[in-house]
Design a protein around this ligand. Structure first.
Ligand code: SF4
Ligand code: SF4
Length: 232
């Protein structure tokens, strides 16, 4: 497939399944067959993923992207050998990153659950096209990722305000809202991808959908959790 089709979740799931290193190979930059520049999008996504991995304590060098053509057999072999050497040097995923056994898995699962939110929050940046590949390495900062993950929204429906108009239920992209005519609607938090559509869609005269922002001092540390309600 086109490297632009590689989803953030594919990479994170590979790590969650215990893969020590992930390599993505794309066509040479500037030589996209479909003029969609999918390889630049892949590079952009990899830079964001590297920051996310760094944030949760996994060495970002476990993820690598390189661009080459199908005629670059020798280059491919060299790059892969070099990558394998690097991964051997880093050691097994988790233990090699300073975790005890499976300690990294919970952090990865947490990030995977947040992928839709991250994509929505970073959609403008993720679609940026920069002609100089070097510039992508400066696109995301570790501080920016900390802020992004510090304030993850949760949406819920205030039963005292919901008028069961079904607008949010029809618009939810993942069918996370249950309800019906004359039934107060409820959001299934496990299914919700935190897109905020229901928050925007609930008619202003009802304002039944609430947005809660959890603020965490240290993400994934589960301490000092506080909640703040934001009205539409
Ligand atoms: S935030 Fe998005 S996914 Fe979650 S319930 Fe609302 S519309 Fe559905
Ligand atoms: S759009 Fe608002 S009022 Fe209508 S069902 Fe959803 S939460 Fe209730």
């Amino acid at each position: 497939m086109c490297s632009g089709r590689v989803d953030m979740e594919f990479v994170l799931r590979a790590f969650l399944n215990g893969i020590d290193g992930v390599f993505i190979g794309g066509c040479r930059l500037g030589e996209c067959n479909y003029t969609t520049n999918g390889n630049y999008h892949a590079l952009n996504m990899v830079m964001l993923l590297k920051r996310l991995l760094e944030h949760i304590g996994i060495n970002p060098e476990r993820l690598r992207i390189e661009f080459m053509s199908s005629a670059d057999g020798i280059l491919f072999a060299e790059v892969i050998n070099e990558f394998i050497e690097k991964i051997r040097e880093l050691g097994p995923l988790g233990i090699g990153d300073g975790f005890s056994e499976d300690g990294y898995r919970e952090r990865l699962s947490d990030i995977i659950r947040l992928v839709p939110y991250i994509k929505i929050a970073k959609r403008d940046k993720l679609s940026i096209f920069l002609d100089d590949p070097e510039k992508y390495s400066e696109l995301y900062s570790i501080e920016e990722i900390e802020t992004l993950l510090k304030e993850v929204p949760t949406y819920y429906i205030d039963p005292s305000k919901c008028k069961a108009c079904m607008v949010c239920l029809r618009k939810c992209p993942v069918d996370a809202i249950s309800g019906g005519k004359n039934l107060i609607h409820i959001i299934d938090q496990e299914r919700c991808i935190r897109c905020g559509t229901c928050f925007e869609a609930c008619p202003p005269r009802f304002r039944a959908v609430k947005k809660l922002v959890r603020e965490r001092e240290g993400h994934f540390e589960g301490k000092n959790n506080q909640r703040r309600i934001i009205n539409p």
